[in-house]
Design a protein around this ligand. Structure first.
Ligand SMILES: Nc1ncnc2c1ncn2[C@@H]1O[C@H](COP(=O)(O)OP(=O)(O)OP(=O)(O)O)[C@@H](O)[C@H]1O
Ligand SMILES: [Mg+2]
Length: 249
């Protein structure tokens, strides 16, 4: 059975694509057929063929699929999805996203779905980002950009996820600032208060050193167990985790 996870974050620009891409690469290394999905993307660089997140997810996957399934909704304007879709005269429909996901699920064993912005970003007049994992029945991975304000953002995000009946499978501390006073204290506070395990603590890093490797235990916590059994047999040496840290019970 295909497993999936929905990667959300405390804000825009906190490292969702970095983590989703790293997760995809780790799944591929573990021997699984893995693909990424960005249901709604807003913003295409001038001269680019597609949104940069979509391109990054495609580059990190080992399964090919039509771009319209990987990214059913693509808007030129780099603004909130409901505003971009309004400007384009297109309604964002959950059923279209679900149909695309089902087609990807027929091709891959693992699907990493990246949201846009944070948990309650509106998609339309009645819908928001968390309606996507709810419709697709996916556990949620929360990327916390470690910076001032992240405690409130992370705890509010977890509250919203729980209030919608969704499962927060884990969270990632992503140290997106080179120097942040009390960064460790912030991570410790979230370890104490978030109702899910810290799956990786990612240091700030220079360009080119940003890939995070998720080990087998981390992938398991996210629900990617079935394919791993085969992967462990075939690629056991690939599980040497570099930065992934997992406080399992
Ligand atoms: N640990 C880190 N150290 C240094 N730079 C980082 C780190 N994590 C992410 N970045 C950088 O921060 C920027 C935002 O990261 P990323 O694109 O993954 O965020 P995002 O949450 O996916 O953003 P969006 O909301 O646009 O989808 C990128 O330039 C990325 O390379
Ligand atoms: Mg992104």
């Amino acid at each position: 059975m295909t497993r999936g996870v929905f990667v959300t974050g405390t804000d825009t620009g906190v490292g969702k694509t970095l983590i989703a891409g790293s997760l995809l690469r780790s799944l591929c290394t573990s021997g699984m057929r893995a693909i990424g999905m960005k249901p709604v993307a807003a913003g295409i660089d001038s001269g680019a063929a597609m949104n940069t997140d979509v391109a990054a997810l495609i580059a990190a996957a080992n399964v090919a699929a039509p771009a319209t399934d990987i990214n059913p909704y693509s808007f030129a304007l780099p603004v909130a999805p409901h505003l971009a879709s309004k400007a384009a005269g297109v309604d964002i429909e959950l059923e279209r996203i679900a149909d695309a996901y089902a087609r990807l699920a027929a091709l891959a064993e693992a699907i990493v779905v990246e949201g846009a912005g944070g948990v309650l970003v509106p998609l339309g007049t009645q819908t928001d980002m968390l309606d996507i994992p709810a419709r697709l029945d996916l556990p949620v991975l929360l990327v916390v950009g470690i910076r001032l304000g992240c405690l409130n953002h992370a705890l509010l995000s977890a509250l919203a996820i729980a209030s919608r009946g969704l499962r927060l499978a884990g969270w990632v501390a992503n140290r997106i600032e080179p120097e942040m006073p009390a960064a460790d204290g912030n991570v410790t506070t979230l370890r104490e208060r978030l109702p899910a395990p810290l799956i990786a603590d990612v240091p700030w890093c220079e360009r080119g050193e940003r890939a995070v490797q998720f080990d087998a235990a981390a992938l398991r916590v996210l629900g990617f167990e079935e394919g791993l059994r085969r992967g462990e047999r075939d690629h056991s040496s690939a599980f040497a985790a570099k930065r992934a840290r997992l406080p399992l019970p």
